[in-house]
Design a binder for this molecule. Sequence first.
Ligand code: BGC
Length: 720
Amino acid sequence: MNENQLTELLEQMTLTEKVGQLIQLATPFFKGASDRGEITGPMENMNISEDDIKQTGSVLGASGAHETINIQKVHMEENRLGIPLLFMSDIIHGFRTIFPVPLAIGCSWDLELAEKSAAIAAKEAAVSGVHVTFAPMVDLSREPRWGRVMEATGEDTFLNSEFARSFVRGFQGDLVNDNHKVASCVKHFAAYGAPEGGRDYNTVDMSEWMLRENYLPAYKAALDEGAEMVMTAFNILNGMPSTGNEPLMRGILREEWGFDGVLISDWGAVKELIPHGVAEDQKQAAEKAMKAGVDIEMMTSCYVNHVKELIAEEKLEETIVDEAVLRILQLKNKLGLFEHPYRGASEEEENIHILSPEHRKASRELAAKSMVLLKNEDTLPLNQAGKVALVGPFAESTDILGPWSWGGSAEDTITVAAGFANYLDNDQLLVSQGCDIQNGSNEQFEDAINKAEQAEVIVVAIGEHSDMSGEAGCRADIRVPEVQLELLKKMKALGKPVVAVLFNGRPLDLREVIEHADAVVEAWYPGTEGGTALADLLYGEVNPSAKLTMSMPYSVGQVPIYYNRYNTGRPKDAPDAQERYVSQYLDIPNEPLYPFGYGLSYSRFEYGNMTLSAEQMTKEESLTVTINVTNTSDVAGEETVQMYVRDLVGDVVRPLKELKGFKKVYLQPGESVEVEFQLGEDQLRYYHADLEHKSDAGEFEVFVGTDSRDVQSKKFRLNS
Ligand code: BGC
C-alpha cells in the first residue's frame, strides 16, 4: 500500500476498529491458537469481548508457522477490513537456537558476532511467523542485585550503544525486502536498569544530567540504527511512571529525537498507573498513557474500554488515536503484511533453519567467546589425558539457557557433561551432582568426594538457577548459594587442582569461589551449545578472550559499582590522603574484585609504550594513539585492547575513566601488532551543567590497556 491508501484505510475505520489496533493480547485470546504461547506477566480477567478480539491489532508471544498462520487466517476472515495482525515476541538471545545471555555477549566485545546472533534469531523467529522482537533491551545497569542485568550488555554507555546498534542491524537488516528479518523494539524506555536497592520495578530517580550522560545514549543508538519500535519501562522516572511520562515520551523521544515509530507499553504498565498512584482508575490511566504518546497497550484493557468515552467527553482528541493507529498501520505496511499477511512464516523453512548446524555453530562460537577466565593458576587448559571429576548442580543440567529462552528446549541443550564427552572417553569422566542449587545431602557430597578422589582434576560447575535472575529475579545476597560453596570447599580440601565454572546471570560476590579454586571461568548462561563451548575452552580448543563488561564486586556492600565513577573531593588514593576522612569503607576495599574490561587468556600479551601523534589536538584534527602489543606466549590468542579517556577539569565532574574505543587483535605466538586509535573532539564531548553536549578546551588523559585498571596513560591538550 502507499501512504494514501493507508490514510484511506484509516478513514474507513470506525472508532472501535481504531481503538482495537491499540491493544495487544497474548496468544490464548485468539481463535486458531492451539498453544498458550509465551506468557511473561500476569494473566487476568480483562473484560474483553469477542468483538474486541476481532479488532485487535497485535498478538504477543505466538510462534510457530502453523500457529501464526492459523491465527492470522481466522483473524483476516473475521476482521471487517481485513487488517492483519502483528505478531510480537521476546526473541532476546536466540529463538530456538539459544545464544548466551546478552550480558555474556557483551563480554565477547564482539560486535560482529553479536549482530550475527541477532540475525540468526531473527531468521528462526521470522520463519515461524514472528514480525517484531521485543529486543534489544539496552537498559544500562550498575546493579548486580537486579535480576535483569543479564538482559543488557553491561555497565558502559559507549559499549552498550555499540551493541545496541549491532543487535538492531542483525534483527532488522533489510526489513522491507527480507522476510528473514524482524522489526526491533528497543526497551525499556527509560532508565529501568537503575531501580533503588536493585529491586525490580522499583523507583528510579536521577538528574536529567545523569540520565542524558549515561542512560539515554543506548536507546538513542538503537533508534539511530533504525529500530522500529520502543517499549516503555515499568519504573517511575523522577516521580512519573514512564508509561504516563509525557515529557519523556512526547518530549525527548518524539520531539527531540524525532521518533515516529510505534511506542508500546510494557506488560500491564498502563493499568499499573493506578497502583503507582497517578491514575484513579483505568479510564484515567488510559488518558495519561495516550497523552504521553503510548500507541499500544500491552495486556490490559484500559484503552479498549475507555478511549471512546474519553473522546466523547473531550478529554482526548481523536487525532491522538488517529496518529497512533496510523503508526501501527505504517509498521504493518512496512512489513508487507497487507499483501502478505503470513510474511515469512513457513513450516518448510522452519525445518531448514531452526537449530541448523550453522546456527548451532554460531552459538557455540559466541558462547566460548563470552566466557570470562577470571583466574588461572597453571591449571587450564586441561590435559586431555587426565581423568576428570565433573561435579556440581550444573554438571548435567540443561538449565544453562538463561532467562528469556522460552523458545529453547532442554532436549536441544548440550550439557557440560555432554560437552566433555567430545574430549574424553567415558571412563575418563566421572560425573556427580554433588548438591542441588540451594540444598544438598551428605550422600550427594559423598558421591562427589568419591568420584573426585579417583580423578586428577576436579571441575566444579556451580551457580544460580535461571529463575534466580531475569525479570523479578532480584537478590540481596549475590553470593553463590551456601551449599554449593560447601561443595567447592570439600573439593578443594582433596588437594587436587580445582576448576570452578560459574553459571549465572549477574556479577556475583566471588571471594569464596576464587579462594577455593585454582582456576575460575565465568560461563554465564551460555545457551544451547553451552556444554560444547565450555569444553572447547577448558581443553584449549578455544583460547579465552572475553572480558567483563560489568565490574565483579568485592561485596554487595559496594553496589552500585562501576568503573567510570567520579573522584569525590576526598579520594582514598590521593597522594595527600588522610587515613580517616577519605571516601572509603572501613571494612572492604573500594575496588571491585575484578574490574570492568578484565579477563584472562591462555596467551600472554605484552604492551609496549604508548605514543601519541601529538601532545595537542584541535577540534578539526584528531589524535592518533598507538601502542604495540605482542603475544609473548606460545599460544595464539585474541586480545581486546581498550582505550579510556579522562577530562581532567570539566564544567561538571568527569569520570576517572571512560571507554572511548577498543580493538580486537588476534596474534600468533611471538607476533606483534601496532594498535592504533583515533581520538577526535567529538569523543570528548559531554553534558555540561546546562545540558549542552560539547567539549571543553583543556587537559585530558588517555589510557590504553588490557582492562580498565591495568593501563598506561599520557596527557594531551584540546585547544579551542
Ligand atoms: C517484560 C518485557 C517483555 C514483555 C513482553 C514484560 O514483563 O518486562 O521485557 O518484552 O513482558 O513479554
